[in-house]
Design a protein around this ligand. Sequence first.
Ligand SMILES: Nc1ncnc2c1ncn2[C@@H]1O[C@H](COP(=O)(O)OP(=O)(O)OP(=O)(O)O)[C@@H](O)[C@H]1O
Length: 258
Amino acid sequence: MQQPNNEEAAQLQLNQVAVNVVVGQSVRPLLQNIDLTVQPGEFVTVLGANGAGKSTLFNAITSDVPLAGGTITLAGHDISAAKRERRAHLIARVFQDPKMGTAPRMTVAENLALASRRGQRLTLASRQLKAQFSAFEKLAAQTGNGLEKALNKPTEELSGGQRQALSLLMATMRRPELLLLDEHTAALDPHTSEAIMTLTQQIVAREQLTCLMITHQLEDALTYGSRLIVLQAGHIVADYSGEAKAQLTRADLLQYFG
Ligand SMILES: Nc1ncnc2c1ncn2[C@@H]1O[C@H](COP(=O)(O)OP(=O)(O)OP(=O)(O)O)[C@@H](O)[C@H]1O
C-alpha cells in the first residue's frame, strides 16, 4: 500500500527558512534553517526565551519580514513571495495587545461585520448590520464575558478580556487557513487569561483550525495543543507531539530557559 506523503498533506510547510537583519555593517541571522511541517488541525505551542525568534517566525509566515532564504507553503499555496495582503487573506493573527485586533471607535457589531467580510468589499450598510445582529449576539455569547450585551459599544470601552475575546472571534469567523496566536493572553489577569484560553481551545477544536500559539506560560504550553516546539537563538531545538508531549513536565521545559 502506498504511504501517505507527509509533505503533500501538510497544511503549513517551512523549508530551510532564514531571516536576517542588517545591524550597522553586519548581517545578523534571526532565524536559521527552519524546517517545520504542520498537519491540518494541529495546534502547536511555541516556547522560547526572550529574543529566541518566536515573533520573527510569525512575521516570516505573515510576510512582515522578508525571507533571506527558504520557502513557505500554506494549504498548497507557495506563499514565500506572496504579497502581505494575499497572506492576510489566508492567515489570521491575534496579538498580545488587546488594542491591536479591533478598530477602537467602531462598535463591536461593526468590527464583527468587517471581519465577516474579510477579503471582500468593505461596506457597513446599516441594513446589512441589522440582518447580522442576531448572529453576532449568538457568536458573542459564547465568550461568556457579556460581549453580546456590548454589541453597540465602541470597542475602546471594552475590558481587555472582552476585547481579546472579540479579536479571537474576528480572527476565526471566516475560517483562516492558519491561526497565529502571539502571546494573546499575556496582557490579561490569570482568571481572564484562563477564560480566553478555554475559548481558544473551543474554537480551535470546533473549527479544526491549524494553529500556532506563542506563550511564556509553561502551564498553558503543557495543557493546550497537540504539539510543542522550542526555539533557541533562531533554531527549532525541540519538537514534542503525541505521547512525548503528554509526558512533558514543567521541569523538562525549564531546561530550555537556562
Ligand atoms: N527589526 C529588527 N532589527 C534588529 N533586531 C531585531 C529586529 N527584530 C527582531 N530583532 C531581534 O531578533 C531577536 C528575535 O526577536 P523576536 O522578537 O523574534 O524574539 P521573541 O522570541 O519573540 O522574543 P520575546 O519573547 O521577547 O517576544 C531579538 O534579539 C530581537 O532583538
